[in-house]
Design a protein around this ligand. Structure first.
Ligand SMILES: NC(=O)c1ccc[n+]([C@@H]2O[C@H](COP(=O)([O-])OP(=O)(O)OC[C@H]3O[C@@H](n4cnc5c(N)ncnc54)[C@H](OP(=O)(O)O)[C@@H]3O)[C@@H](O)[C@H]2O)c1
Length: 435
């Protein structure tokens, strides 16, 4: 094969994902070359530790000098799977200015500096692909950017963090507390020793920003995303939800807000624990699996489901991008570029509308229900159902509201806390998926 029939790849990182990319590029090289129309060869791999054991990787390919890869004229394409903001950002920008296409899985970087990276790839006339950055193996970004680009996305709602979904699945199915479900997830390798990025919703917020940007043709960063994690969810919350026919999931939701009867004056992007009916398609997404539900004006409802993380599934998405770039290069063309033409404003959380489940410890005295109902009504929130659990000192009132704004709900909860008959507002959980 002559040199122009080879696409030379520099790999930044050989950890969980990078090692699998390297392995699969060798194991599947004949098929990949046939599909790409060009041989795909790893020329150099950047790592931190040259002495680490890396089965199947030729030690001669390794370097600790990542900058030498992105400036190397013999490299055509860079796959960035080192993670983090720096040096990944500078390395990607440098690769682009040196005329190299880039494939990355780095959601944290895209959610902070996506606009800068898209602009740099446009200026340099190079491809920039990142399917693996959201929901691992699941093809969701290209469907949004290409297959659905002729439609009007109204809403994207998904389970896009496997660690929290694993924890919530265990809590739902075994009655475990958050702490013990987290400990099990850590023991099985589903959660990091420091679980903050997952359980506090940072990872899901970064992915939500990327999804929202593509769905609504607007620049969205992680700071635009309202975020609540799952640490505050108790075994009691899960058990009340279960008794009412719901399951609690950490959902990422990006949607057009309704204003004066028309959609899309502004968008909302939020990540928070959410109750959904057990009959909702997302309710059956268990353990570390991910799923994204997309509602479009013409296509209607679509759901994408699969493995949202792991070295091999994530490498699958990266190899798909790699072949796409190779094909573009054969044709002398580039893939579609990002567009933020719509430039919609991102609404504050107070504007978002959903239903809520409010759990309260109440005094077991006559008139409690009337006081609670009138306080809720005074805030323009209406009640869908009320349940009373227990009696005496253990009396708990569970109120499910109709759709209301977050601002109205916040005022309602503030006023409920002032009532003598309400001893404590135990929890407020948003509810989606009811018709
Ligand atoms: N893991 C997943 O399931 C998954 C799923 C989707 C997306 N992603 C994304 O994929 C990326 C990689 O994740 P990962 O789980 O594979 O991470 P990882 O296991 O921590 O691997 C990172 C790799 O990058 C190398 N590296 C880090 N900093 C470096 C530096 N400054 N110079 C040279 N090499 C450096 C490390 O070298 P050493 O080996 O020497 O330490 C390691 O090989 C992240 O952006 C992540 O968000 C991961």
């Amino acid at each position: 094969m002559s040199d122009d029939r080879v696409l030379r790849v520099g790999l930044l990182g050989a950890g969980t994902v990078g090692a699998e990319v390297a392995r699969l590029m060798v194991a599947n090289q004949v098929d990949l070359a046939a599909r790409a129309g060009v041989g795909l060869v790893i020329t150099k791999i950047a790592v931190r530790d040259l002495a680490a054991d890396r089965p199947g990787i030729d030690p001669d390919l390794l370097t600790t000098d990542a900058m030498s890869i992105v400036t190397n004229p013999d490299i055509d394409l860079v796959i960035e799977v080192m993670g983090g903001i720096e040096p990944a950002r500078t390395l990607i920008l440098t690769a682009m200015t040196h005329g190299k296409a880039v494939v990355t899985a780095n959601k944290a970087l895209l959610a902070k500096h996506g606009a800068e990276l898209f602009h740099a790839s446009d200026l340099a006339d190079v491809d920039f692909y990142y399917e693996a950055a959201v929901a691992g193996a699941i093809p969701i970004l290209r469907p949004l950017a290409e297959s659905l680009v002729g439609d009007h996305v109204e809403r994207v709602m998904g389970i896009i963090n496997g660690t929290t979904n694993y924890i919530l699945t265990k809590m739902h199915e075994t009655g475990a507390s958050f702490e013990s479900a987290l400990a099990e997830a850590q023991a099985l390798g589903y959660a990091e020793e420091d679980p903050t990025a997952d359980v506090d919703g940072f990872d899901a917020a970064a992915k939500a920003a990327i999804l929202a940007g593509l769905a609504f043709h607007t620049q969205v960063t992680d700071e635009d995303v309202y975020r609540e994690g799952i640490r505050a969810i108790t075994a009691d919350d899960v058990s009340v939800a279960k008794a009412m026919g719901f399951v609690i999931k950490l959902l990422a939701i990006a949607e057009a807000n309704e204003l004066h009867g028309s959609l899309e004056e502004t968008i909302s992007v939020r990540v928070h624990p959410t109750m959904i009916p057990v009959t909702h398609p997302l309710a059956s997404v268990r353990e570390a699996f991910n799923a994204v539900f997309v509602k479009c004006e013409s296509a209607g409802d679509l759901m994408f489901y699969g493995r949202g993380a792991g070295g091999t599934p994530t490498a699958s998405a990266i190899l798909g991008d790699l072949v796409a770039v190779a094909r573009n290069r054969n044709e002398g063309s580039l893939g579609p570029t990002e567009t933020d033409y719509a430039d919609l404003d991102i609404a504050p959380i107070g504007v978002s509308r959903t239903r809520y489940l409010i759990r309260m410890d109440v005094a077991d005295v006559p008139g409690v229900l009337a006081s609670v109902a009138s306080t809720v009504a005074q805030n323009d929130v209406s009640i869908l159902t009320v349940r009373q659990e227990g009696r005496g000192a253990d009396a708990e009132l569970v109120v499910l509201t109709h759709i209301a704004t977050e601002a109205a709900l916040a005022n309602t909860v503030k006023d409920l806390r002032q009532l003598d008959v309400v001893q404590r507002v135990v929890s407020v959980i948003r509810v989606e998926g009811l018709i």
